[in-house]
Design a protein. Structure first.
Length: 606
């Protein structure tokens, strides 16, 4: 009803967007509802046990510290009222006469914090409406109900900033309470935060170092962990997967685990859609936390399947609490990788295809001093750029060319005016790139950022005429079989698990992904087999030379021959680990983490 009368812009901007009940159930069922229903089944034949279960339900508190218009609270309220009715019906069956008991679940058991005043008022109203709906259902079932009017105390919904309020003041923790904290807090990476939101993080993480690279939602996880510390209370939040990837893992989860709080359930990535502006179809995870003093099983959910886990680590796999740290050398003795070369030139040393053509017409002798310049954009989308590549001893031969002289002057002026002293020093050499890592050999190029939808990283081989930019990584003078490892499914799974994100896109990292990748020592025969399979992939690409890598690696348009060639490589790479095929990606990742732990443990012993 509210959505029918409020404009979409105001509704989306104020957090009043409708979230589907199935998605909300992915939070509240594993958090508390499944366990209470299991208790109902155990108590099914005993009236006293059922009455005890009701008494427990009447002490439960549900708390959403980012409640918006109250979606989570409403669903939780209705589900508890439905369970209460089921218990009362069963008690009537077990009794000689009906009890004529009324519902004892009160709106005052429901707590929330909402920043926007209007959404806060909507949440209060929505709970009253939900109460009225459930009273009607109760009347249909039992022929009696508590009157909805006059309105009694509503939910304890506070209008305020959840990152700055004391949650214990909003939802007090009494000795006999059973509190479940839940919700879908705002995600917001570092680049999207306002100044006030950054100040929120300064307040929340006053006792944590290096927290500024965390997503805004980390505030709720950290405050939630403190709230449930050394108690029976539990929390579950919906989040983007970014807090379980890249550098955020060690920044956030070491501090949460230090509070003696652990992950007791998670939903692996799934689509979460609502009508919020820019939020349709975002991929999320659900993570449940509890204090270590509260024992119980731990579960990993993947769509409609769940499995019991001994431990769930911060990468959301069954493994020990391992933290993948940056490495400056490779764990698996793979060849060295480096970031590409950076011009630091204000564009003066770079040429478009048209600019290069014009320069060739004016002065043909410039050609030997120009190389192809390629980064992630040029590699994936097939565009062309060039760069001036002038050695010190060659400068005298072309400095007299007006266009060259003009460009070097632009580069020099840019560097001189820089606030950074190292950049200022580079002004003495305006013909050179600011950061030079180029080697005059063949190379493998790996884009630093790639779409999360691709099954494989679109890498490529290059000859010595290409200068790789700092928007990509380079492996120089590498054997062909190394390309097979990088483009394998096993490496892609590792990348998605431990690498960071740029918005939703996958971000490659030399220190966090490539250098940490666990890969076994293989024989020359295995290297030769992988090499042949890589050539098969290159041959399939050549059959579609008119297409860009973006088109070739679009999962919906990937040529069947190329897909089969990659699959054959994947099988060969996996056999390097073990002969028995892996059943799914979760099993592959668990194997990689176990191998990482073993390899790093051996390193430490040495």
């Amino acid at each position: 009803m509210i959505q029918a009368v409020v404009t979409p812009e105001h509704r989306g901007g104020m957090g009043m967007h409708y979230t589907s009940v199935p998605n909300i159930l992915k939070v509240i069922e594993p958090l508390f509802l499944d366990e209470i229903y299991a208790e109902f089944e155990k108590s099914y034949e005993g009236k006293a046990k059922l009455q005890s279960l009701l008494s427990r339900i009447y002490k439960i508190k549900i708390f959403d510290p980012a409640c918006g218009s109250g979606n989570f609270l409403i669903v939780a309220y209705k589900k508890l009222r439905e369970l209460e009715m089921s218990i009362l019906k069963r008690m009537d069956i077990l009794s000689a006469q009906k009890s004529f008991q009324f519902s004892e679940i009160k709106l005052t058991q429901f707590y929330g914090i909402e920043l926007d005043d209007f959404a806060h008022e909507v949440a209060i109203l929505s709970l009253w409406l939900a109460e009225h709906q459930m009273n009607l259902k109760f009347y249909e079932e039992f022929g009696r109900t508590s009157p909805s009017l006059p309105l009694q105390d509503g939910g304890n919904i506070v209008c305020g900033n959840a990152t700055r309020l004391d949650w214990s003041d909003v939802c007090p923790k009494n000795s006999d309470d059973e509190i479940y904290v839940l919700g879908n807090p705002p995600y917001l990476g570092r680049s999207l935060r306002t100044k006030e939101q950054q100040e929120d993080m300064d307040i929340v993480f006053y006792d944590v170092k290096n927290y500024k690279d965390l997503d805004y939602i980390a505030c709720w996880f950290y405050k939630g962990a403190k709230y449930i510390n050394n108690s029976i209370h539990e929390i579950a939040f919906v989040s983007t997967n970014s807090i379980c990837q890249g550098t955020q893992v060690s920044l956030l989860w070491t501090n949460i685990f230090n509070l003696n709080v652990s992950i007791f359930f998670c939903h692996l990535p799934y689509k979460w859609s609502n009508n919020a502006k820019g939020n349709a179809g975002v991929t999320v995870v659900t993570i449940g936390l509890r204090s270590d003093i509260k024992k119980g099983i731990k579960k990993i959910y993947s769509y409609n399947v769940s499995k019991i886990a001994d431990n769930i680590n911060p990468y959301l796999i069954e493994s020990k609490n391992i933290f993948i740290e940056n490495r400056f050398n490779t764990l698996s003795y793979l060849p060295e990788i480096c970031l590409g070369s950076a011009p630091k030139d204000n564009g003066a040393l770079l040429l478009s295809e048209q600019e290069f053509d014009n320069l060739k017409k004016e002065e043909s002798k410039i050609v030997p001093y120009v190389k192809k310049f390629i980064g992630a954009e040029e590699l994936i989308n097939g565009s062309s750029r060039y760069c001036l590549w002038i050695k010190d001893e060659d400068l005298k031969d072309i400095i007299h060319i007006p266009e060259i002289s003009r460009r070097l002057e632009i580069c020099k002026n840019m560097r001189v005016s820089s606030k950074k002293i190292p950049t200022q020093k580079l002004a003495a050499y305006p013909h050179r790139f600011g950061e030079i890592r180029y080697k005059e050999t063949n190379s493998i190029i790996i884009p630093s950022v790639s779409s999360e939808n691709r099954d494989y990283i679109p890498c490529s081989f290059l000859d010595e005429n290409y200068v790789i930019s700092n928007s990509a990584f380079a492996i120089y003078n590498a054997d062909v079989w190394v390309f097979g490892i990088i483009t394998s499914l096993m490496h892609m799974i590792w990348l998605k698990a431990v690498g960071g994100r740029l918005e939703s896109r996958i971000r490659y990292s030399s220190q966090l992904v490539y250098n940490t990748f666990p890969f076994p020592t293989i024989s020359q025969k295995q290297k030769d087999e992988i090499t042949e399979l890589v050539f098969g992939i290159i041959d399939e690409r050549e059959k579609h030379s008119e297409k860009t890598l973006a088109q070739l690696y679009d999962p919906n348009k990937m040529p069947e021959g190329l897909r089969k060639a990659h699959h054959a490589l994947d099988i060969a790479i996996e056999k390097c680990y073990r002969q028995k095929p892996f059943e799914n990606d979760e099993e592959r990742l668990e194997y990689l983490f176990k191998m990482y732990e073993e390899m790093t443990s051996k390193e430490e012993k040495k």
